[in-house]
Design a binder for this molecule. Structure first.
Ligand code: F0G
Length: 356
């Protein structure tokens, strides 16, 4: 079916930028005052040198105002938080969510509390949360422990009037689904595959929701297959997918150099499983070595700087080619979720390691 583009869709987009160009496809009133920094509208660039394919692209989400895709969700989340008149927002985070929430809260004039796993957050992200004036609470353990603290201390006890903005918050996912809209705008139709690094599993669910909506509205004629990539020692979804259990196989002590996705109990696990199932996709686990090699290669051969979690998509792409899931001439979009500047320590260690 050819795209059935309505007048109001074109008109709404011509007046706004990035995420807000798609207000017609967001459950928001047209006249709401956005808390925005023109997030979205990120580049989709070919990576043909490294892949030897004319169909491979990376979506540079690190070009967003705070350097990650999280800004797409936070612009909507903070717009709603301000609109309903809360005192502030609270998030648990592996880093990027906290940087983004802190920046958009500052812009909205709201407080921001971030709960971080001590020692498990990349330096660039921590620096951002400090810069934007967030109240930082560090807990022992990993992201899962930090999220537990948000739920017990803030959400269930209704401590202060703090609005939770982790990715079970539907407004965040509404903003993030615009990644799908932009890909279809750019390519003219859905790609064959979309490869997403998976942590708390909100993004893969949101992107799939975006594609399904476009398809249902007649704005794209096909759907992509969704591939979720996790780090080998932090791969609860790969384990759950393979075993086909009706419950999540949790990882108690997740470990990976890609701290952004060092998560053992993803909240959105069921939605993510459904996204991969419905799209006839796959979950793939990659090793830390493969992630770091992919990060170095993207930098060295394409001039593309991604943080480790995001570079995992290229490692996943290679595995999918080897396993015959993807063919060389397929159109594939890797979601480059975060900027390389987020994690300078990982980059320097990886470059030094490659020289020894
Ligand atoms: N890539 C990056 C760079 C991330 O920061 C995250 C998540 C993901 C991928 C995975 O996305 O959780 O929706 O599956 N970071 C969260 C945070 C957990 O706190 O910044 P997801």
């Amino acid at each position: 079916m050819p795209p059935n583009t309505s007048f109001s869709w074109i008109e709404a987009r011509s007046r706004r930028f990035g995420v807000w160009r798609y207000i017609e496809l967001l459950p928001l009133r047209n006249n709401i005052e956005p808390v925005t920094m023109c997030e979205g509208g990120t580049p989709l660039v070919k990576i043909s040198r490294i892949t030897q394919s004319q169909g491979a692209y990376v979506k540079l989400e690190g070009s967003n105002p705070t350097g990650s895709f999280k800004d797409r969700g936070m612009t909507i989340g903070l717009t709603i938080a301000k609109y309903i008149g809360v005192e502030g927002v609270v998030v648990a985070s592996t880093g990027n969510t906290s940087a983004s929430a802190a920046a958009y809260a500052a812009r909205a004039g709201l407080k921001c509390v971030v709960v971080l796993p001590r020692g498990n957050v990349a330096k660039g992200k921590l620096a951002q949360a400090l810069l934007y004036g967030a109240e930082i609470l560090e807990v022992e353990g990993v992201f899962d422990n930090a999220l537990e603290r948000v739920l017990t201390d803030y959400v269930l006890k209704q401590k202060r009037n703090m609005y939770p903005l982790n990715s079970y918050n539907p407004w965040r996912l509404e903003g993030q689904k615009t990644i799908a809209f932009e890909i279809v705008d750019e390519l003219g139709e859905s790609p064959d595959f979309v490869i997403v690094p998976v942590g708390n599993a909100g993004n893969i669910s949101a992107i799939w929701k975006g594609f399904k909506e476009l398809y249902n509205y007649g704005l794209t004629s096909k759907l992509p297959r969704m591939i979720g990539v996790q780090a080998e020692k932090a791969s609860p979804l790969v384990a759950t997918w393979r075993s086909k259990t009706p419950y999540l196989i949790e990882v108690d002590d997740p470990s990976t150099v890609a701290t952004a996705i060092k998560i053992g109990k993803p909240v959105n696990w069921l939605k993510a499983i459904r996204a991969v199932e419905e799209s006839k996709g796959e979950f793939i686990a990659v090793s830390d070595n493969e992630i770091l090699r992919a990060m170095r290669d993207l930098g060295r051969y394409e001039g593309v700087g991604l943080e480790p979690a995001s570079a995992a998509t290229l490692a996943g792409y290679k595995r999918a080619l080897e396993e015959g899931i993807i063919r060389k001439d397929d159109v594939v979009v890797l979601i480059g979720t975060g900027n390389v500047l987020k994690d300078p320590d990982a980059v320097i260690a990886a470059i030094n390691e490659s020289k020894t």
